[in-house]
Design a protein around this ligand. Structure first.
Ligand SMILES: Nc1ncnc2c1ncn2[C@@H]1O[C@H](COP(=O)(O)OP(=O)(O)OP(=O)(O)O)[C@@H](O)[C@H]1O
Length: 604
């Protein structure tokens, strides 16, 4: 860690190990001596039955506290062989044979995520299966938006979309399989599992988030749903922003009423000017607010503004920031929210040093800027990166910007599209990862429909000057495919512990949420029982082979070994030799990471 010795890191890791691992690993385990290090998290040995939870498995029992019964999932008759799992997960998509499926690592409202090995490259990847995508045009458009944005936004702090499998029948496919780089956990789980993050951790986390945001905002994109669960994390402290489903490209002439109608971002991280409202012309400052909330959560170890509804949300915000000026209140779009603020008794702001007693004062002064009630008082990501809090961290001028995305790529946002339109656009987008097929498709004159846009090739040329080399990342691997049918969508609970699903003032719809709390509790159950594991994964020292749900991250995150060959190759994180044969917890080995950033290696 920045300036700290390797011994300090090891001490911290050992402390974490003892604290976190005690309930779930055999009592006498001494990390250095007994925990295998280098075995990949998901490397099921052939002698061990795979316990991949299939998308169509019956739902596990839900206990009264929302937990699921992990034991149920361990019954042998629920187990399937890996081959069976692969067949059923992939159905008969042709290039499925390229991926060796490992385990379910997450579930979201749109599908299930499995870890797998790409047998062409040996890389470990995350495959997101999105099922029945055309049941609803707006959901399909969200998926189109996300995959297109992730093709165009290439940055080390944004999750890398590597490949999308080719559906067999362009006009009839229902599911898609999107291949991402595999990350080990997410920030939500990291915060939960690591109560004693150091100041260096906090600073480096914020730095990466702002660096990503600078890039995203200069591309003219607003993420609009930044929250700890949408920030993937690795043991080496690498963070990557994901889930661009609610993102928007700010096309200047877009009518705002259409543009912003589906805004359903998670309430706890939602800027006050958006409370209760969807019909607003808002700015990139909404993402800055969310980053402020995330940073505060890193500092506090728990959410800063866990509002139960819009009114409560505003109460919590004003409890800390004080009641806003009448000018700031005027900017609140929703009338009910505005009235609520106007009728509040006058509250004085609470000093941030009181709320965050152990935080670095420099961190708090930046946090206050990020959490300014009035959006115009919040800094841009670039301005925030220049804050004295980051002095000495990196050469700011090297942090890449993007060229603005345009109507050429996102003109579809302004049209009313039929299911067939979206299907064609998604298929066309998928072809970007299948150059031979794309060539044939274009030769047949199919690419000249209503929706023209830049292909990856054009885009790379355009981007090359400002971000050399990054475009090729997503287009490196291709194969010939055919494929098949689908598994029906598995419905997930619409409960979200972070308040993202709510019938609030002005909200148009409720997103189907992840299975958050249930899975979290199931993991607790597993920890207590200690009966989880036949398989020890290298990075997840919790040994469940079958924890499922969006928060399988529980199993992945809390105790994650630092090991050579991390998926993040750009920032070396540990000293060779020192980690060999040693069990490490999610160790946040920041020393070299920060050094790498200092040296400007991040993007070289
Ligand atoms: N690249 C990845 N590496 C590791 N885990 C991942 C990756 N992508 C997603 N996950 C895991 O899978 C879960 C679900 O993924 P994701 O959030 O993308 O799905 P979604 O359907 O868009 O979810 P949401 O309901 O939040 O919109 C995440 O919470 C995360 O734990």
């Amino acid at each position: 860690m920045g300036g700290a010795s390797a011994d300090t890191v090891r001490h911290w890791c050992r402390h974490q190990w003892n604290r976190l691992n005690a309930p779930c690993v055999a009592d006498t385990v001494v990390p250095d001596a007994t925990i295998p290090l280098s075995k990949p998290r998901s490397s099921h040995s052939s002698s061990q039955p795979s316990s991949v939870k299939l998308p169509h498995d019956p739902p596990e029992a839900v206990n009264s506290d929302g937990s699921t019964s992990i034991n149920q999932m361990q019954k042998p008759n629920k187990r399937r062989t890996k081959n069976e799992n692969e067949v059923e997960f992939f159905t008969d998509y042709g290039d499925a044979t390229r991926y060796r499926l490992q385990e379910v690592i997450g579930k979201g409202s749109y599908g299930v995520v499995c870890s797998a090995i790409d047998t062409h490259t040996g890389e470990r990847v995350a495959i997101k299966k999105i099922t029945s995508i055309f049941e609803n045009v707006s959901d399909a458009t969200r998926i189109l938006r996300e995959i297109r944005l992730l093709r165009l936004l290439r940055h080390s702090d944004i999750v890398d979309l590597k490949h999308i499998m080719l559906p067999p029948f362009p006009k009839h496919f229902k599911d898609i399989y999107v291949v991402f780089e595999l990350m080990e956990s997410d920030l939500h789980e990291v915060i939960k599992a690591n109560r004693d993050l150091t100041q260096q951790h906090c600073r480096f986390f914020l730095y990466q988030l702002l660096r990503a945001l600078k890039y995203i905002h200069t591309a003219n994109v607003f993420h609009r749903d930044l929250k700890p669960k949408n920030v993937l994390a690795n043991a080496d402290c690498k963070l990557k922003i994901c889930d661009f489903g609610l993102a928007r490209v700010a096309l200047n002439d877009a009518p705002s009423a259409i543009f912003w109608t589906d805004y359903v971002a998670t309430r706890w991280y939602r800027a006050p000017e958006l409370c209760g409202s969807f019909f607003s012309t808002y700015t990139s400052a909404v993402d800055i607010w969310s980053i402020g909330c995330i940073f505060a959560e890193v500092l506090l170890g728990k959410p800063l503004f866990p509002g139960k509804n819009v009114v409560h949300q505003l109460e919590l915000i004003t409890d800390l920031l004080g009641t806003p000026s009448p000018e700031a209140v005027k900017k609140i779009c929703n009338e009910k929210a505005r009235c609520c603020l106007a009728s509040m008794p006058n509250k004085a702001p609470v000093a941030f040093a009181t709320k965050f007693p152990s935080a670095d004062p420099a961190a708090l002064s930046l946090l206050e800027r990020l959490l300014a009630f009035d959006p115009k008082d919040r800094p841009s990501a670039e301005e925030a990166l220049a804050d004295p809090y980051f002095t000495g961290m990196a050469r700011l001028s090297r942090e890449p910007s993007a060229q603005p995305l345009t109507k050429l790529e996102f003109g579809f946002e302004q049209r009313k599209m039929s299911k067939e339109d979206v299907r064609e656009l998604i298929y066309r987008e998928i072809l970007e990862y299948h150059p031979q097929m794309l060539k044939t498709y274009l030769l047949r004159g199919k690419g000249s429909g209503r929706f023209a846009y830049l292909s990856s090739g054009d885009f790379c040329n355009r981007r090359l000057s400002d971000f050399q080399g990054t475009c090729s990342k997503g287009m490196s691997s291709f194969s010939v495919e055919n494929g098949g049918a689908s598994i029906s969508r598995k419905k997930v609970s619409d409960f979200r512990e972070d308040g993202s699903c709510a019938n609030e003032v002005g909200e148009k719809r409720c997103e189907v949420g992840a299975v958050g709390s249930a899975v979290k509790s199931s993991f607790k159950t597993a920890q207590k029982g200690g009966a989880m594991g036949e398989v020890t994964y290298s990075r997840s020292l919790f040994k469940s082979a079958s924890v499922n749900g969006s928060n399988t991250a529980c199993a992945r995150n809390s105790l994650v070994q630092c090991h050579a060959g991390s998926s993040n190759q750009e920032i070396p994180t540990h000293e060779p030799g020192k980690m060999q044969g040693k069990s490490q917890i999610f160790s946040f080995n920041l020393g070299k990471t920060i050094q790498a950033v200092r040296n400007g290696l991040t993007h070289s």
